[in-house]
Design a binder for this molecule. Structure first.
Ligand code: NDP
Length: 284
């Protein structure tokens, strides 16, 4: 039986470390603020935003929520982003995606000040990740790295396979593994012999969006298996890209869904916001 990686416990520890640092900053009169902008009434987005507000409360950040109606125009949203860019109380800005169809994610993100872009989606931050000179790491891939670290696994020299090449998970994930000297293969929907490629991996990260696609024959005995996927199974139950029941005997370490990568994403958002706040206040 594999060791189950407890994302809730790891994320709680990350948040506790942040909380303590925030307390010390407050004693020096420094407060950290995160602005979260949500447009429309997508139910999943509402839940994510609520969880982000809750996390802010846990670590001691000020959170500023801007809930805008679905028919908000690009001009109106950009005006809000501009206001938040200039607001000294706001250290981090997060625009919850996806935006309603008439709004272009790219235009909005490109207008967030890079040093307040705590999601690390702005092209400047994406470029910095590429060259390994960054302040912010994209939250989900950074959370995955923390989970790998929690297993005591040294990434250096390991065969790492990432399934998925999206801009928010797969590609940055591969870069972070590479920065830690993994030998990295990125796979996608056109990859041939996916099963065989995955079965080479000492560290396998699945970010596909296909319920329980990764079966035991995709994994190497003893591998670290990290499941980013968030899907619904045939009964409407939340599940990952990895068939947990099928893989749990063969993997060395495995993340559950829920309770694996999910909680880490928000914890890493808090970490980025703290980094931004410290930079803005000139604290190391
Ligand atoms: P995308 O849909 O943007 O990307 C999916 C990737 O998987 C694509 O690169 C695609 O390949 C690849 N893919 C699709 N089908 C196959 C296949 N049969 N074999 C191999 N590769 C395939 O998804 P995201 O990266 O945004 O998200 C992936 C999953 O992670 C989703 O379930 C999402 O909900 C979840 N997620 C979870 C987060 C968390 O906090 N836990 C945060 C973000 C995402 P191609 O490029 O060729 O189309």
């Amino acid at each position: 039986m594999a060791n189950i990686i407890d994302g809730k416990a790891v994320s709680a520890q990350v948040k506790e470390d942040i909380r303590q640092e925030v307390e010390q900053l407050k004693a020096k009169g420094i407060e950290i603020g995160l602005a979260v902008v949500i447009v429309g009434d997508d139910p999943a987005s509402q839940v994510y935003v609520k969880n982000k507000e809750k996390a802010c409360e846990t670590v001691g950040f000020n959170s500023y929520k801007y809930a805008l109606p679905a028919e908000t125009t690009e001009e109106e949203l950009l005006a809000l982003v501009d206001k938040l860019n200039k607001d000294d109380k706001v250290d981090g800005i997060l625009v919850q995606l996806p935006l309603p169809k008439h709004l272009d994610d790219k235009i909005i993100i490109n207008n967030i000040r890079p040093d307040k872009d705590v999601d690390a989606f702005h092209p400047v931050n994406v470029g910095k990740i590429m060259i390994g000179d960054y302040s912010f790491l994209p939250c989900t891939p950074a959370g995955v790295m923390e989970l790998i670290k929690s297993t005591g696994t040294d990434v250096a020299g390991k065969e790492c396979v990432v399934i998925g090449r999206s801009n928010i998970v797969g590609k940055p994930q591969a870069m972070l593994l590479l920065h830690q000297n993994g030998t990295v293969t990125i796979t996608h929907s056109k990859t041939k012999n996916l099963k065989e490629v995955c079965a080479r991996a000492d560290i396998l990260v699945a970010a596909v969006g296909r319920a329980k696609m990764v079966k035991a024959d995709y994994i190497k005995e003893g591998a670290v298996v990290i499941d980013v996927g968030m899907n619904r199974d045939e009964n409407g139950k939340l599940c990952g890209d990895v068939d947990f029941e099928d893989c749990k005997e063969k993997a060395g370490y495995i993340t559950p869904v829920p309770g694996g990568v999910g909680p880490m994403t928000i914890a890493m958002l808090m970490k980025n916001t703290l980094t931004a706040g410290k930079e803005h206040h000139g604290v190391n």
